[in-house]
Design a protein around this ligand. Sequence first.
Ligand code: ADP
Ligand SMILES: Cc1ncc(COP(=O)(O)OP(=O)(O)O)c(N)n1
Length: 267
Amino acid sequence: MTIRKALTIAGSDSGGGAGIQADLKTFQELGVFGTSALTAVTAQNTLGVHGVYPLTAEAVEKQIDAVLSDMGVDALKTGMLFSAEIIEAAARKLHEYECQNVIVDPVMIAKGGASLLQEEATEALKKVLLPRALVVTPNIPEAEVIAGMTITSEEDKKEAAKIIASFGPKNVLIKGGHDEGTKTIDLLYDGKIFHTFLGKRIDTKDTHGTGCTFSAAMTAAIAKGASVRVAAQTAKQFIQAAIEDGLYIGEGHGPTNHWAYRQRGGN
Ligand SMILES: Nc1ncnc2c1ncn2[C@@H]1O[C@H](COP(=O)(O)OP(=O)(O)O)[C@@H](O)[C@H]1O
Ligand SMILES: Cc1ncc(COP(=O)(O)OP(=O)(O)O)c(N)n1
């Protein structure tokens, strides 16, 4: 049996709905062996972020070294990176180990409004990390910050995707969770063509960690050999099932159901 492996470089969510915890659960559900390099510890639950405690860039580098020098990976993703120093450290390691299948989820702000990326780190993200990405997966507010424009229509999303592509990622996927309307529209730009992935918008407050889970599902699918387009389709089905079959945990924005996709027969 060939074991496929994935690495997540991200923050810890004590509430288990987002961050490293969501990533590892998603890898597991999609049959991929998960490894991790922690960037920060957050004290977090469904009501919000109650504390952020970043690790040093050196600690992040050491974890990446430990995993990549011995075990290797088929794909990796980044999530909450918090500072320019951590972004630069991660980018140096991706260069050193010649990592190819890199999925960058440019996490900036948690649902409750807490900052998970220092404002001055956006430039480092654009300059050193995006050029190394096979795919970058911003939500709409993140796409607005990276592209430097406001998004209010599908045409705006396309324009923003083109601007973000100019920073170097091979593919840009703008997630549609923050849109309005009865459908969610995720837009993939591969440098030439636009592809859309549609879902039924579920009326629920339990959407904590949807972005992390979506990008982790893409990472797992790519680790198993899927193209970016097929991986986006798998991730869309995974997150749709995870939101639809809600778990109703906690008083605020609850986590999604990472079991749902496999329980429905997905693989
Ligand atoms: N209420 C919802 N119903 C169905 N799909 C959703 C809903 N909210 C988000 N999604 C989907 O979850 C994924 C993550 O999207 P988004 O919420 O934009 O990311 P983030 O968590 O980074 O803000 C996307 O595929 C999006 O379409
Ligand atoms: C530790 C940590 N990492 C990332 C996030 C953001 O997750 P996301 O999937 O964007 O979901 P919401 O925060 O929007 O629910 C996080 N909260 N914590």
